[in-house]
Design a protein around this ligand. Sequence first.
Ligand SMILES: NC(=O)C1=CN([C@@H]2O[C@H](COP(=O)(O)OP(=O)(O)OC[C@H]3O[C@@H](n4cnc5c(N)ncnc54)[C@H](OP(=O)(O)O)[C@@H]3O)[C@@H](O)[C@H]2O)[C@H](O)CC1
Ligand code: K
Length: 514
Amino acid sequence: MKIFSASQIYEADKYTVEKQGISSDELMERAAVQIFNWMHLRMQGAPVKIHLFCGIGNNGGDGIALARHLQEHGYNFEVFVVNYSDKRSKDFLLNLERLKDRKVWPTFLNSDSEFPEIGKDDIIVDAIFGIGLNRTPDTWVVNLMQYLNNTGTFILSVDIPSGLYVNTIPENPEGVVEADYVLSFQAPKLVFFLPQTGNYVKQWEILDIGLDAEYLTNTKTDYEFIGKNEVLPIYIPREKFSHKGTYGHSLIIGGSYGKVGAVILASKSCLYSGSGLVTAYVPKCGCLPLQTSLPEAMVLTDENEDILSGISYDMVPTVVGIGMGMEKKEATSKAFSDFLNKYKGNLVVDADALNLLSENKKLLKKLPARSILTPHPKELERLIGPWKDDFEKLEKTKKFSEQYDCVLVIKGAHTIVVYDGVGYVNSTGNPGMATAGSGDVLAGMITGLVAQGYEPLQASVFGVYLHGKAADIAIEKCGYQSLVATKIVEHFGEAFMSLLEVPEMPQPESVEEN
Ligand SMILES: NC(=O)C1=CN([C@@H]2O[C@H](COP(=O)(O)OP(=O)(O)OC[C@H]3O[C@@H](n4cnc5c(N)ncnc54)[C@H](OP(=O)(O)O)[C@@H]3O)[C@@H](O)[C@H]2O)[C@H](O)CC1
Ligand SMILES: [K+]
């Protein structure tokens, strides 16, 4: 699913209004009806008090139009206009008139107004600011937002939590509504997925307001949200007349005394994601544990007992995954540099190999084209330098990826794969994955997918999705705390199979648009 910028959404609006021959107010009406349907389906007429806080722009207009539908269906509600400016939008005013025609009189809140009483079990609809926010809200509006946040009442935000920008980070973290649920029109906003702003959005859902399909399809975006629909076309089914050679030979290079487990996890993950053959290259001390715990893998050993000191092998790998548990000893650093001088094939770089690249930036130029780098935030910072906020981090990552022609996997709650100027935001995964070895498993999985013929970008996007999906399936059985990396690998099979499941379609009740 594409993630549009604010200006693209405004353009889609304009295009839709022209092409469908409708007025902008009809688009607002679609938005309001969709929100009403969503609420009505869940509330079924329950007399819970609903407090609507509406700004004076089109986001506020959505809220005002929603109030009309709530009234028509006998809901218990009151409307507050957050009067932060005199520049009321045309469609806001139109809907305000329609509401007044029905004898509903909103309360206007200004800088000197007292805030209304709100019960814990009530519902707040937040339609104060939408995607049109373009400066820090006034102090009294920030105070109102804080007041709403502190009520502990369920907050339903229209389109975006008020106070969040679409393309930048809010200056004042207090001036943002903390939404329990966001109903976002047509497409999610990037800020829902970034570490600095994602916490304002507990849950979100997309409401289709029928923006022009041609515009949406043909417009190229800087970010995409990756769910099942996006990864299904990537999936390569197995062929009947195939053999293990068809699915590639992965070489996993890493390990040091006390950190052989990282290579075991990556190799196991690589096998479980479908690599035909896997060879692990480890210091001598790694041979026995690997052969014992993972009989499916072959093992090559370094001359050194405890660390990697020289990487030489007489096989031809389809792909190499390097760095897990490798440490950064001088001999290892030299071995890695020599390896990069010779190796020009598919490459996945993780953990200490990333740190070696950061310490010796000249090595970056030796990376084979379209290498995949899988840094966690600290490793990323060492590679690209510090950033002032999440947006700058993304821009710097894109630049780095272009400069060295590599795919960057920025690991996080919503891992983002960056390549060729586009960020692919993952939808799967959970906090249980913040556990030892989870990264080794991801690097192993991506390596295994490259071995099977997936292109580096596709392997990264697909691997990140499957890795998170496996963890999502696993926590259903073991909970967040007990999710260990091995459990993620053990659920790869179910993650692959979930791709082929057909979802049940919900049957929502709906009201007619008027
Ligand atoms: N296609 C869609 O998704 C549709 C979305 N709809 C809804 O429309 C809003 C966007 O509405 P818009 O009127 O553009 O913007 P807002 O409602 O967010 O803001 C209103 C105006 O407020 C001014 N502004 C901005 N920041 C501040 C501030 N800090 N303090 C005071 N005022 C501020 C700004 O105007 P200025 O001229 O003063 O700069 C805003 O324009 C979208 O989110 C959806 O909810 C449509 O209903 C249907 C189509
Ligand atoms: K809002």
